[in-house]
Design a binder for this molecule. Structure first.
Ligand SMILES: CCOCCOc1ccc(-c2cn(C[C@@H]3NC[C@@H](O)[C@H]3O)nn2)cc1
Length: 449
């Protein structure tokens, strides 16, 4: 029994992303994205699932916004499908696609819900990929053109902007590990892409400032935590490299104007060189208004020679795991948030994603997902602990509002507080929806896991 209470001005929300929920993949002029291509490539997505229909939010958004309204959230984080705006990635605008997002945003605002818009949540126009995608610096220019259009088009309606979601996933998961679109496995390519993404982020922020857009802008890296198994320096250093791959690699350039030398040196030892052009780091280090943080899991790790990219190995500490297999590690949430604050000061932070995968099904109109409630309790308690330790948390948005297309896992992995039957598209509020609603109403919860 312990009451965990949050500041009255803290923002509460929920998050989704275009390719994962919209559907309408070929409607009203939308162009193909790399995920339409990837999901149609045999063996890339479990069960051959794709985002053609997804949750059909493209047609059912009014129903979804009713669910948000009843939930009582302040803010809803969604992403715009770039190929719905620019079917070829640049140039000609697809007006019906623009009109959809106006209807969507207007309905959010009519219901007193603040839109938090992610410009890039992985659905790159295939036409740009055909020219090399993020490996080609011309895609940076296309992203700036897309950003400028969106800033001007939705000025006054959207006041919270996120340039990129999880640049680590877009670069390393998608182009070195190869699990996500476009599925390359090349460390030099992935490192070049990570840099081009950050230049695109910085130049988008510059455009936001130049256009004098009313509102705030940031980006949303995903992070993890690796706790050294011992106080041996080799274990500490191995964990620093693992965490640095997510934290310092994507945050030092923004907050310090340079890449972390210990990571640059490590990549060079793997034969990777940095391809940085004059002015790139000045662009990347444009001041931002907030940092989005996505956290799901962490672990205990130690040095292991020639193991993985960083001479490290995770240990099986017998932590409980969610249904996607990720260890439940709320301590890591506290550790990585306090670490970020130690490195960069009290940067305003929104938790732009945190949630659990549990594949509970609906029975008689109810979904008993107590395990998700427990995960949320543990992580919100860790969040409050970080706030009491000086971390400048401005808001928390759970991933996700509803079950959706979980990338390479397709529809097999459920992160929603609302269940979706993907045969009928019927939405069912889970027990966690009601728990989250009560928590937002109170501004506190009783830690009773
Ligand atoms: C080092 C080896 O690693 C192998 C796998 O490595 C990862 C890391 C991270 C993820 C991951 C997935 N998600 C959930 C999504 N966030 C955005 C939203 O679209 C959610 O669907 N976050 N992180 C997957 C795999």
């Amino acid at each position: 029994m312990a009451i965990i209470e949050f500041p009255k001005d803290m923002k509460w929300g929920a998050a989704t992303a275009s390719y994962q929920v919209e559907g309408g993949a070929f409607e009203d002029g939308r162009g193909a994205s790399i995920w339409d291509t990837f999901s149609r490539t045999p063996g890339k997505v479990l069960n051959g699932d794709n985002g053609d229909v997804a949750c059909d939010t493209y047609h059912r958004y009014e129903e979804d916004i009713k669910l948000m309204k009843e939930l009582g959230i302040d803010s809803y984080r969604f992403s715009v499908a770039w190929p719905r705006i620019f079917p070829n990635g640049r140039g000609e605008v697809n007006q019906p696609g623009v009109d959809f997002y106006h209807r969507f945003v207007d309905t959010l605002l009519e219901n007193g819900i603040e839109p938090m818009c992610t410009l890039y949540h992985w659905d790159l126009p295939q036409a740009l990929q055909d020219e090399g995608g993020w490996a080609n610096r011309s895609t940076i220019d296309a992203f700036v053109e897309y950003s400028e259009f969106m800033f001007k088009e939705f000025q006054g309606k959207i006041k919270n902007w996120i340039t990129l979601n999880e640049p680590w996933c877009v670069s390393f998961l998608s182009n070195f590990i190869g699990e996500h679109a476009p599925g390359n496995k090349d460390l030099q390519l992935a490192t070049d892409i990570s840099h081009h993404l950050m230049v695109a982020h910085g130049r988008s922020v510059k455009a936001f400032r130049t256009l004098k857009i009313d509102g705030q802008i940031g980006y949303a890296p995903n992070v993890t935590w690796k706790e050294p198994f011992s106080n041996k320096q080799e274990d500490i250093d191995a964990c620093k490299r693992e965490v640095g791959w997510f934290v310092e690699w994507f945050m030092d350039p923004v907050f310090k104007g340079s890449y972390p030398q210990f990571m640059v040196d490590w990549f060079e030892s793997k034969g990777v060189k940095m391809n940085i052009q004059d002015g790139d780091l000045q662009d990347i280090s444009q001041p931002i208004d907030f940092l989005g943080i996505n956290y799901y899991t962490g672990n205990v790790a130690r040095y292991k020679e020639n193991s993985g990219l960083f001479d490290s190995e995770d240990l099986d500490m017998n932590y409980e795991r969610t249904d996607i297999g990720w260890p439940i590690y709320p301590e890591g949430f506290y550790k990585v948030l306090t670490y970020i604050t130690e490195l960069y000061g009290q940067v305003p932070i929104y938790i732009t994603e945190n949630g659990a995968c549990y594949n509970d099904e609906a029975e008689n109109g109810r979904v008993k997902d107590q395990r998700r409630i427990t995960y949320l309790q543990l992580h919100l308690a860790a969040l409050k602990r970080s706030m009491d330790s000086g971390v400048n948390i401005k808001g928390y948005l759970t991933w996700s509002l509803m079950d959706n297309f979980e990338w390479a896992f397709g529809y097999s992995m459920r992160f929603g507080i609302v269940h979706v039957d993907f045969r009928t598209l019927v939405r069912t509020k889970k027990d966690s929806y009601y728990w989250y609603k009560q928590t937002l109403e109170n501004g506190w919860f009783d830690l009773t896991y």
